[in-house]
Ligand binder design. Structure first.
Ligand SMILES: Nc1ncnc2c1ncn2[C@@H]1O[C@H](COP(=O)(O)OP(=O)(O)OP(=O)(O)O)[C@@H](O)[C@H]1O
Ligand SMILES: [Mg+2]
Length: 284
């Protein structure tokens, strides 16, 4: 039986599964669990019966037509939606919570602070979380170097290109050392070439520092190239219409993958399910 959870409070019905705050316990095999999720905004049902188990360290992408509830799902996981939902949501065994330090969230538009340099931006999240100055500076410098921004540490966002700002945002996101990475079309506003570079960087960083990732995109080629698994959502109301493993070898290079015949086979197969999703939402 599904339960209604006001998001602002921890539900008690399943709380026994959650480790006590600060307790040392191994991460469960399933890092993110979504079970029979339903959500309505007023009269409109936006998410209908979504279930998803995401193992620890998996890179999962979600694709689907505009308005099918991708951002809503991500926001629910981040504890950003203050509306009651049906079903269960768990991250590392605990219900979503606003300000959860285990979550790093990255958006399409970089949210760099204009009055802070690249280095100060990259270390901002760590500062909020109380990481000592020396440690956060070292970590931020290392990540800026790894995203190709060595030499730009003292540059302010207005003097960085959009691609460079997203590199900086990527550094800041990884600097948080959060086990759950929620990414909502982080490269959606970039030109094709810059996007490819950023995808390559993300894959590289993730291969070095594993996180459980939920990545939303409209770009199916991007989803296949970077993910272990692609989930296709259909619209009105949002539901899962396909859930496919991406059996391409790792470590991968996004650029090289474009030449692989299997990459194109996967593309054609998933494209078909996307088209079916669109057709069904058009029918309604
Ligand atoms: N706060 C809100 N109040 C009411 N309706 C909302 C709210 N947020 C989203 N919606 C509605 O929920 C549906 C899903 O929106 P959502 O932003 O999750 O879609 P999406 O799949 O992320 O779309 P896109 O690909 O365009 O970003 C839409 O119909 C939208 O109008
Ligand atoms: Mg969205």
């Amino acid at each position: 039986m599904a339960t209604v959870h006001p998001i602002s409070r921890f539900p008690t019905a399943h709380a026994s599964a959650a480790p006590a705050a600060g307790a040392e316990s191994p991460m469960p095999r399933t890092a993110i669990a979504v079970h029979k999720l339903e959500l309505a905004f007023g009269e409109r049902k936006v998410i209908d019966g979504v279930s998803l188990d995401i193992p620890e360290g998996q890179f999962l992408s979600i694709v689907g037509p505009s308005g099918c509830g991708k951002t809503t799902l991500l926001n629910l996981l981040a504890g950003l939606i203050d509306a009651p939902y049906l079903g269960t949501l768990r991250l590392g065994g605990a219900a979503p919570r606003l300000g959860d330090e285990r979550i790093a969230y990255m958006l399409a538009r970089d949210s760099l602070l204009p009055w802070r340099s690249a280095l100060e931006n990259a270390s901002y999240g760590m500062q909020i979380r109380g990481v000592p100055p020396q440690a956060r500076e070292a970590r931020a410098r290392d990540l800026l170097k790894r995203v190709g921004l060595a030499g730009f540490e003292n540059t302010y966002p207005k003097h960085l290109s959009h691609g460079m700002r997203q590199r900086c945002a990527l550094a800041r996101t990884f600097a948080l050392d959060a086990p759950f990475l929620l990414m909502d079309e982080p490269f959606g506003a970039l030109d094709a070439q810059t996007k490819l570079q950023l995808e390559e960087l993300l894959v590289e960083l993730w291969q070095q520092e594993r996180r459980t990732v939920v990545f939303i995109t409209h770009d199916l080629a991007e989803a296949i190239a970077i993910s272990d698994r692609v989930v296709v959502m259909g619209a009105r109301p949002g539901r899962i219409v396909a859930d496919l493993p991406i059996d391409l070898p790792r470590p991968r290079s996004v650029r090289e993958l474009q030449k692989e015949p299997h990459f194109h086979e996967l593309y054609a197969k998933i494209w078909q399910t996307l088209e079916q999703g669109w057709r069904h939402s058009d029918d309604e």
